[in-house]
Each structure stands twice: as C-alpha cells, then as structure tokens.
Design a protein around this ligand. Structure first.
Ligand code: KG4
Ligand code: ZN
Length: 337
C-alpha cells in the first residue's frame, strides 16, 4: 500500500461510500444519533481524511462525535456478532468477560486482556477496559501471509489465497520449525518464519516456478484460485501449507498460554487473519478440549469494516463520552495499558 495513493483514494471515495451506506441502511443523515470515526492506529493520511470528514459531518449536523481506536473496533466486532454487547444490559457482556482477545490482521498481532468495568460501579454503563498482554516484535501475521504470497507470486492479499491453496498441500512435508521467542512468551515474531520460507525458495526450482507464475498472472490479469492452483507444483502447495500451519500453531498456542496464565476461560479472535479456516478450526478444537469458549465475528466482520467502529463508538456514546473539534488522528495510537 502506497500511503500517498491510499489517502487520495480515501478522499475520492469517502463521500460515495457514506452515501451508499446510508442508502443501503435506508436512513438519512438527520436520522443518525452520532458520528463515530477511526482516530488510529493506521496510515496517517488516510486517518486524517476520515477524521476531518467525521468532524465536519458532526459539526454540520450538530451530532455528537466519537473518535474510536481501530483495535477496539475489532474487539467490538466479536461482541456485535455474538450479541454479547447488549448495551442496555451490560450483564450479558459481564457474564462472558474477562476474555483474552487476539487481534490478528495485516497491521497487528496483539493479545489483550479485555474486561468490563462493573456496570454497578459505572452507573449501569458498559465500559470495556484493555490490558495488552503481548504483541508482535516485527511483522504482523497478515503481513507475513502477504509477503510469502508475494515471494511465491500468488497474488494480493495473500492470506485468503494461501488459505485456499494450503488445503491442497501437505502441511508436514516441509519442516519450518516452531517459532521461538526470547523473553516474554506472549509476544509474537513472524519475520524469521518468512525468512525460512525465503531460504526454501531462493536458488531452487520453486523460484523459477514463481517467476513463471508472475509472468502468467500478469498476462492473464484476473485469475481464479483454481487456475492459480493449476499453476502451482505440489512442492509449492506443501510449502504454503507448512507456512500456514506454523503461523496458526503459533497464534493458537500463545493465545491459549495467555488465557491459562490469566486464568481466563473466554477467547475472542478478530481481525483479517481471523477469517483463516485453519485458525478457526484449531481454535474451535482446542476450546472444546480445554473447555474454553471461543468467539469469532463472521469473516465479513473480522476484516476491516465500518460496523465495528460504529459498535465501539456506540458503547462510548452510551457511556457519555464525546470528542470535540480538536479530535485528531494518531498513526501509532495504543490500546489499553
Ligand atoms: O483486518 P484487516 O482487514 O486489515 C488490517 O487492519 O490489516 O486484515 C487484512 C489482513 C491481510 O494481511 C490479509 O492477507 C489477511 O488479513 N487475511 C487472511 C485471510 N483473510 C484475510 N489471512 C489468512 N487467512 C485468511 N483467510
Ligand atoms: Zn484492522
């Protein structure tokens, strides 16, 4: 993603996208209660386009404005999907929390202890609180999927393609090893794994195959996953399956370790990589074995979407929070303590 081009696209699309969302929801601007807008983290140019647009809209319509942390949005996607955030009845969420949340996307791989301030202490209002338990020290998991897909000329974004192709490979054929962490065991690191894949490709027949695939897909333009698979050798499919297995194993094991260390029995998984079919399968199986409860949003709500920002904004609105015209965007806005 080229930051400058991304902000220009945001500028071009923000009005038509808002118009279409209102049309599909069959509401008019005066009917809405408040404006929620992402204030970070992310690419600063794109964030600023959204924040300035949101502020202008709130000012013009005299509606409350709420700046939302993108990662809090991903956590609210889980609550929204599973109807855990019955805002009029905070006890529904309280019964499930605290949870360990894995936010796993193209930009983030983080674990948060997610809890709710007791409604009774908080005047009956739901107020979620977050404590970061671990995070990636280098690449995010989604970024690793995208980089491996780029190396093998599979297309972009790489995650969904690797997910589909890996079903045809043997995940045990290539030994990539476990990801080892020095120090804090709830942190993540995916750059070593990406390099391990690179070493399996560089100077081998797989590199030539990838170059042929790159030329082929460029000449074809749009290709289907089945066509792509037909242009992959079994060795490439095995490598892709081994890579996905290594990432998923690591994500599941560290999340379970976080839950165990904090004596927590609820797990939330959200973000683009939460769409991954092997990740869902492994979490569901592990949860059953260990008698934990695991909650995902649907794939559409897992990946970046506006409903999750509205849901997080709604909780803050009910809790009485408001932002003013001084609201600004922050590229590396942290979540929690
Ligand atoms: O949450 P998201 O839509 O945007 C960010 O905030 O980054 O996540 C996008 C990321 C991309 O890296 C994409 O390759 C990955 O999520 N992704 C997947 C799958 N679907 C999307 N990764 C693995 N398996 C998938 N099925
Ligand atoms: Zn995201």
């Amino acid at each position: 993603v080229v930051p400058e081009l991304a902000s220009r696209e945001h500028l071009r699309k923000i009005v038509p996208v808002v118009d279409e969302a209102l049309a599909r929801a069959n509401v008019k601007l005066p009917d809405i209660n408040a404006i929620a807008v992402t204030k970070g983290p992310g690419l600063i140019g794109s964030l600023l386009v959204g924040v300035v647009f949101g502020k202008s809209l709130a000012l013009a319509l005299s509606k409350p404005l709420i700046g939302v942390n993108h990662l809090e949005g991903h956590i609210h996607a889980v609550l929204l999907q599973n109807k855990l955030a019955r805002l009029e009845d905070p006890s529904v969420a309280e019964a499930r929390l605290p949870a360990v949340t894995l936010v796993v996307s193209g930009g983030h791989t983080s674990l948060f202890r997610t809890d709710v301030n007791s409604a009774s202490q908080n005047g009956g209002k739901m107020n979620l609180i977050y404590e970061r338990m671990g995070q990636t020290r280098d690449d995010a998991a989604g970024e690793a999927f995208d980089k491996v897909a780029k190396l093998l000329a599979l297309g972009y974004p790489g995650g969904p393609l690797i997910d589909r192709l890996a079903r045809h490979g043997n995940q045990n054929a290539v030994k990539l090893g476990r990801i080892k962490m020095r120090g804090h065991q709830l942190d993540f690191s995916f750059s070593g794994l990406k390099t391990a894949v690179l070493y399996r490709v560089r100077g081998t027949a797989l590199a030539g195959e990838a170059e042929e695939r790159r030329a082929w897909s460029k000449s074809e333009g749009c290709v289907t996953v089945d066509e792509l698979r037909a242009h992959c050798s079994q060795k490439t499919l095995d490598l892709v399956a081994g890579f996905q297995n290594a990432v998923v194993t690591d994500l599941v094991e560290r999340t379970l370790a976080a839950a165990e260390s904090a004596h927590i029995r609820t797990i939330f998984v959200s973000g683009g990589v939460a769409c991954n079919s092997l990740l869902r399968e492994r979490f569901t199986k592990a949860a059953k074995q260990k008698r934990l409860e695991v909650f995902f949003p649907t794939p559409a709500l897992s990946t970046d979407n506006a409903a999750m920002i509205a849901a997080a904004g709604c909780a803050r609105l009910i809790a009485g929070e408001r932002d003013g015209v001084l609201l600004s965007a922050h590229a590396s806005l942290p979540l929690g303590v």
